[in-house]
Design a protein around this ligand. Structure first.
Ligand code: C5P
Length: 412
């Protein structure tokens, strides 16, 4: 069968190496011809014969095998594919990639390839959490290496946590997305990359309710969908995430600490309590004013209330963005505008001292409030990126990846 794409699959050491057999089958199904390199460690868990039988290709093992070098040098091997996939990627091979060590065929190929590299890590949870691995991951991410997973769960060694190889179909879907649109950043809301592992994110979402009396309040149309999707995405990419939410009808996202608040003052207070954080995303539509002295009893129509005295609410974004001890290194605001979207958003960027503004158009001709799609621009002090219309989940995912890239660039 002729395949459309070629993948060089590096199988490194680890109990999860057996899953590479299923992975080859799934990659074949998405029209990928797979050639395997099996490391010495990998060979302890899977045989060259089984990889060769499933891939229907020769399996390469040793850098110094004369035959292989004659047939196809390691440079050729790395040129002759659409991408290189390391699955499972052990802590050892990840560390060697970071250091540029080339002491076997797999690491030599990884050092000389100019093709996109994808790594699906698999290791014990403590190795995954070790500062050396975290550091290697951040550095490789900033060099453009793509990580898929790992997943959280029970490990072969009996421990529990992050470090399980992502399921073969998750890896294959990720690769498929990339091959179909290689120019686009990875948008796959099903995938958790752990790029933000060790980072803390605080997200505000939803509207706030400002009481007039015990039964009435002032609010706005925000559904909270975009803010909740951003919190979900940041968490999926490994950040310890706190969602500070005004009243919404949405279910609480999984694995996220949710602090439910009603008013702007409570929202500010809840955010302050969560500082310090690495990133704050203010997606809430905070009600700009509150009733100065809400009535303790329900107001009666007969009382003929003619006016309500309003006070301005604190601006949470401006407060968190201002220069101060513990200012998060990345503060992101939203600008929902009915006109002059970019101009108004840029103004907000400076006035509220935030680092990025996600701008979108709202109003009668858009379906932003309450809808599940969004078309946004990401604006910072020097440039504006226009994103195509996509689901709010995809906006969250894309923003989370941008955040991860930015935070790894900030690394001293
Ligand atoms: O000024 P405007 O309300 O349009 O600004 C929108 C941005 O400011 C959003 O990021 C919103 O979450 C934030 N904001 C805030 N506190 C307020 C008003 C707005 O955090 N009181």
């Amino acid at each position: 069968m002729s395949h459309k794409y070629r993948i060089l699959l590096i199988v490194s050491g680890g109990i999860a190496a057996y899953k590479s057999l299923e992975l080859i089958r799934l990659l074949n199904a998405i029209s990928c011809d797979v050639t395997c390199i099996l490391t010495r460690g990998g060979k302890n868990f899977v045989t060259p014969l089984s990889l060769a039988s499933l891939s229907e290709n020769k399996v390469y093992e040793d850098l110094f095998s004369l035959n292989d070098e004659n047939e196809m040098g390691h440079i050729e091997l790395s040129k002759n594919c659409n991408l290189v996939l390391v699955a499972p990627g052990s802590a050892d091979i990840i560390a060697k990639m970071r250091a540029g060590i080339a002491d076997d065929l797999a690491t030599t190929v990884l050092l000389c390839t100019k093709k996109p590299i994808f790594v699906a890590p698999a290791m014990n949870v403590r190795m995954w959490e070790n500062a050396a691995t975290r550091d290697n991951l951040q550095e490789l991410t900033s060099r453009g290496v793509n990580f898929i997973g790992p997943d959280k769960g029970e490990m072969a060694c009996g421990e529990y946590g992050y470090g399980r190889l992502s399921e073969p179909n998750t890896i294959a879907n990720y690769i498929s997305d990339f091959l179909i649109s290689p120019q686009e950043p990875q948008i796959n809301t099903e995938v958790s990359s752990q790029l933000l592992f060790g980072k803390k994110a605080v997200v505000t979402s939803g509207p706030t309710h400002e009481a007039i009396d015990p039964v009435r309040y002032v609010t706005n149309h925000s559904s909270g969908q975009q803010g909740h999707a951003i919190a979900q995405a940041l968490s999926k990419h490994g950040a310890e995430t706190v969602l500070v939410s005004g009243p919404t009808n949405l279910p609480n996202p999984n694995n996220i600490k949710v602090v439910n608040v009603k008013t702007a003052i409570q929202m500010l207070d809840a955010c302050e309590k969560e500082m310090p954080a690495d990133v704050v995303v203010c997606a809430a539509a905070v009600t700009d004013w509150r009733i100065e002295a809400p009535s303790k009893q329900k107001l009666k129509k007969s009382e003929k209330v003619k006016s309500l005295k309003l006070s301005e609410n604190p601006d949470i974004l401006a407060h968190l963005g201002q220069k101060r001890k513990n200012r998060p290194p990345l503060v992101i605001g939203f600008a929902a505008e009915t006109e002059d979207v970019i101009k108004n958003a840029k103004k907000k960027l400076f006035e509220k001292s935030c680092d990025w503004v996600v701008a979108n158009k709202v109003g009668a001709d858009t379906n932003t409030f309450g809808g599940d799609r969004n078309k946004v621009q990401l604006i910072n002090k020097t440039k504006t990126e226009s994103w195509p219309e996509m689901s709010k989940a995809d906006v969250g995912n894309r923003l989370a990846i941008k955040v991860a890239e930015h935070l790894s660039d900030l690394k001293p």
